[in-house]
Design a protein around this ligand. Sequence first.
Ligand SMILES: Cc1ncc(C[n+]2csc(CCOP(=O)(O)OP(=O)(O)O)c2C)c(N)n1
Ligand SMILES: [Mg+2]
Length: 577
Amino acid sequence: MRHGGDRIAEVLQAHGVPCIYTLCGGHISPILAAAKARGLRIVDVRDEATAVFAADAAARLSGRPGVAAVTAGPGITNTITALKNAQLAQSPVVLLGGAAPTALQGRGALQDIDQRPLVEPHVKRFYKMRRVAELAPAVEEAFELAASGVPGPVFIECPVDLLYDEANIRQWYADAAGKGTALADRALRWYLHRHVRRMFAGSASNPLPRVRAVVPPRAPDDALRAALRALSKAERPLAVIGSQAVVQASEVERIAAAVTRLGVPVYLSGMARGLLGRDHALQMRHLRRNALREADCVLLAGVPCDFRLDYGKHVRRSATLIAANRSAKDARLNRKPDVAAIGDAGLFLQALAQAQPEAPAGWTEWIGRLRARDAEREAEIDLQAAATGNHVNPIALFRALEREAGDQALFVADGGDFVATASYVLRPRAPLSWLDPGAFGTLGVGAGFALGAATVRPGREVWIVFGDGACGFGLAEFDSFVRHGIPVIAVVGNDAGWTQIAREQVKMLGDGVGTVLARTDYHAVAAGFGAEGLVVKHADEVRPALARARELARAGKPVLVNVWLDRTEFREGSLSM
Ligand SMILES: Cc1ncc(C[n+]2csc(CCOP(=O)(O)OP(=O)(O)O)c2C)c(N)n1
Ligand SMILES: [Mg+2]
């Protein structure tokens, strides 16, 4: 007879889950052991948040739900930030959480709290398991739910007494019931006997796991026709393509081809960065705000009008706005679109490209203008990259990384100003090769994201672009990288501070309190965990260090390159709220 842990593992296996990210606990041991026995890779980390960040990244890169398992109580509370991050990033994660034995919940058991009110607001559904027979169907349903409609995390609470084998559990309950003869003892025995019977009711049959197909939602034809009409009338069209447009990882090449055929100049954001490769005639990188103000027809594909578009104010009032989004709420956030195409934005782009006769020749001049402005901005950045100081200019560092990183490179961004600078300079090479936290702006995603990326994309070069502040959250995961042979390269921008915050705080309040860090030897910390640590204090050391880091990673070693930065004015004046 299979135990509950094995029933769960069987469903994970049937769904082709390559990897479970976890931090152990007695409450979930049967899941981990059974999953390992079925050939799933178990990657154990040093903080539960890392496990969920890794599952999130794995989901974004594979287009299938990522799976994490954490223990009851503190294991679950530790995941909340990562869970919220996945929810706001619309990333399909299946989180398996332990719980106290069913009969002891609310009676002062170890690690026992009411988990529902903590977790429920951050997930599409909170499954509370009460019977062994419910486990497999709940996991099957969770996989479907996480990936359908607007994707997001789903939580399954698995009490420990549903996970171990029946004989053990019956014995455990029999021992707990004791052998007393008093009326109260006999009543307890009767009660527990009935409880156990209910727990295992219906568990004798164990049907084969079912994998349900997830059908992506399609925008209705009238939205497609309206969008086509708007585009055909446009003189200066512009598209912004964001993370939600690429939730179907298997579609990215087709989406890229559709964008090319559509002929509309584009800005790519979030997970869509890299969609068109390193260089594409239609892709603009700079001065998006100006372009949006000039465009007479704007297509937002999987992008809400949130703070990143100044709540919709970046788009000219008179422009025709087309919003393609799986979420009707996001499509209308802060600004009512002229055309709301509610459905998968990636499929919508493909449908548009298929139905549009040919990109109007009149767009050429507009595209040329945008390209010229982009090139001008690149030249300005080059000038700023040339500024020298005592240590390393971050723009020059990213120019060097841009040259050094391979065609298979995948970049993970975790930090403040350092990462914002990277996003202007680094060019993701291919679709799904850039990971950032998304709308929650969460610091600390780096180590988990890199772990998720490296495990679902083995052999890919994974670079973490880390602020020195941000790297502190996940530094202990160098231990996990080493133990699991995950050769990521972290480039830490060491400016001895939480600079994105310091920049405005000092200017407005005259005090940098709380924003100052030291030039800490992060490379030595990584080396302490058994990884390779390199330090770069001067400009001329950058290229050899990056090359060496790449070489070490190719030989299977995780590396941390601690780069001492100079101050720059590059991010001056930028503030996100
Ligand atoms: C979990 C979390 N805590 C705090 C913040 C606020 N915050 C945003 S950027 C930033 C500074 C980041 O510093 P660092 O990683 O060193 O990058 P830098 O700006 O110095 O380049 C902080 C503290 C946040 N976004 N997330
Ligand atoms: Mg910093």
